[in-house]
Design a protein around this ligand. Structure first.
Ligand code: MN3
Length: 209
């Protein structure tokens, strides 16, 4: 039987300082992300999904109310791995690079318009959830989405390109209740456009998510 594993962070715990502290990443990765992995592994035996990949588990449980708890764990495992890779300690944030530069200008009108829409989604998501840049297919039309709790674009048949975790645990240690400041920092200092470009082209970029 396969077991879902907790991937290491793609950088050191203090690598995103001063924007996101080592203390936040210690809690967020080692406690929160790990808990989703452990709970999922507790639920898998006897479910018939033991040998499935994480995306397969998400798609197999999303429409089944009796498997809602499993969906929530699986989607949160996937979402967090994706989120870690959406940030980089090296030249992160600001204007996009690669194919996404022109594509964002084409589909949103300008980078500033994209930034405004993404920030609006991230700050207006009520309660816990996620803000996303999504494509309708690999290399396709871009749009902004927000999802509540564990829900994600994969479960809706969309391609996830970029995400920002807006659960309070993502920012409360560093920003307290100032979610807009956290989102500004994410957009201006942390976004890994190389990773977003790879996901937009349908490449695995070396990580499962
Ligand atoms: Mn989180």
């Amino acid at each position: 039987m396969s077991k879902i594993t907790l991937p290491d962070l793609p950088y050191a715990k203090d690598a995103l300082e001063p924007h996101i502290s080592a203390e936040t990443l210690e809690f967020h990765h080692d406690k929160h992300h790990a808990a989703y992995v452990n709970k999922l592994n507790d639920l898998l035996p006897g479910s018939g999904l033991e040998d499935k990949t994480l995306p397969e588990i998400i798609l197999a449980t999303v429409e089944d109310d009796s498997k809602k708890v499993m969906f929530n764990q699986a989607a949160q495992v996937w979402n967090h791995t994706f989120y870690w890779n959406c940030m980089t300690p090296t030249n992160g944030g600001g204007e996009p690079t690669g194919d996404l530069k022109g594509k964002i200008e084409e589909d949103f009108g300008s980078y500033d318009k994209f930034r405004e829409e993404f920030k609006n989604a991230a700050t207006s998501q009520f309660g816990s959830g996620w803000a996303w840049l999504v494509a309708d297919k690999v290399g396709g039309k871009l749009s902004i989405a927000k999802t509540g709790n564990a829900d994600n674009p994969l479960a809706r048949g969309q391609v996830a390109v970029l995400t920002c975790d807006v659960w309070e645990h993502a920012y409360y240690i560093d920003y307290r209740n100032r979610r807009p400041d956290y989102v500004d920092t994410f957009l201006d200092k942390l976004v890994n456009w190389d990773y977003a470009n790879a996901k937009y082209k349908g490449q695995d970029a070396g990580v499962e998510a």
